[in-house]
Design a protein around this ligand. Sequence first.
Ligand code: HMG
Ligand code: MG
Length: 297
Amino acid sequence: ILPKYVSIVEVGARDGLQNENQVTTADKVHFINQLSETGLKHIEVGAFVSPKWVPQMADSLSVINQINRISGITYSALTPNVKGFELALQAGADQVAIFGSASEGFSQHNINCSVSESLKRFEPVMELAQQYKIPVRGYLSCVADCPYDGATPPTKVAEVANELINLGCYEISLGDTIGTATPLRIAKMLESVNQHIPINQLAVHFHDTWGQALANIYQALTMGISVIDSSTSGLGGCPYADGASGNVATEDVIYLCHGLGIDTGIDLDKVADAGWNICQQLGKLPSSKASLAIRAR
Ligand code: HMG
Ligand code: MG
């Protein structure tokens, strides 16, 4: 059975734009403001990470300060450590996310420490978040394959996801960072994680490098997943996962859900418009098939 309602977490302004060099703060603000008018309820707007590591996100404080915040929408940001959390607090982010990896290689390359060191580093972030009553989402990368270590065993994914829940994350977003998974592998991974964590505390975050993201999302929906991360126009990638392409496109996920009779509360045409605008700034076409089809109508 499929869920009746799916919540989309829009990550285009973060996961998408962290890989683009020519985007001004004003372009980001305009993009997020346009997304705020589409019915989306959760928009990830930036990342308080080291500007030496990801210079594209260095203006996250200005971005949050300049957007028109609509009540009822959660504006969130990534915070890898206490320094990032303090900046997010200063910016007034509604919610933050810590991000870990199910594989050692990606953990080292993305956040410069081992998996167990990262969990230690998240502890003081969680304490502060509790003190300030800021909900924390947990990302877990490489839930199928790691660009450095190869396949990740589903039991390892379950183990680290469980650690993130025990730290106090309200939800774990399971990332197929390099977009190599296919549906049966996703099913095995989800079954393994679901042995410890209820399905309503899990979200999926699929990159579309090998064109499998929608098939994998359908698989997840049939298993009761009702929170999906996606990026308008399929913007995105990861600076520490070579060759990883964008997230699954928000437009394509909305079209899939609505076609299945699942409500999202989001206006597909408005999201597509926001996508065409940001893509124009980037000098590229949307990689969303639904978005291209809308313009060809
Ligand atoms: P480090 O170099 O080990 O950190 O990096 P450090 O604590 O030794 O600090 C080094 C310098 O960075 C210092 O500055 C700190 O002040 C500064 P210096 O004294 O040299 O001038 N610094 C910071 N500045 C601003 N904000 C901060 C911050 N922290 C330290 N929060 C660190 C460790 C985690 C900071 C670094 O590795 C980092 O920023 N990594 C983030 C990488 C990243 O953003 N990756 C992309 C997002 S994750 C992703 O895309 C996957 C996801 O989409 C899910 C999926 O698809 O799988 C979520
Ligand atoms: Mg990602």
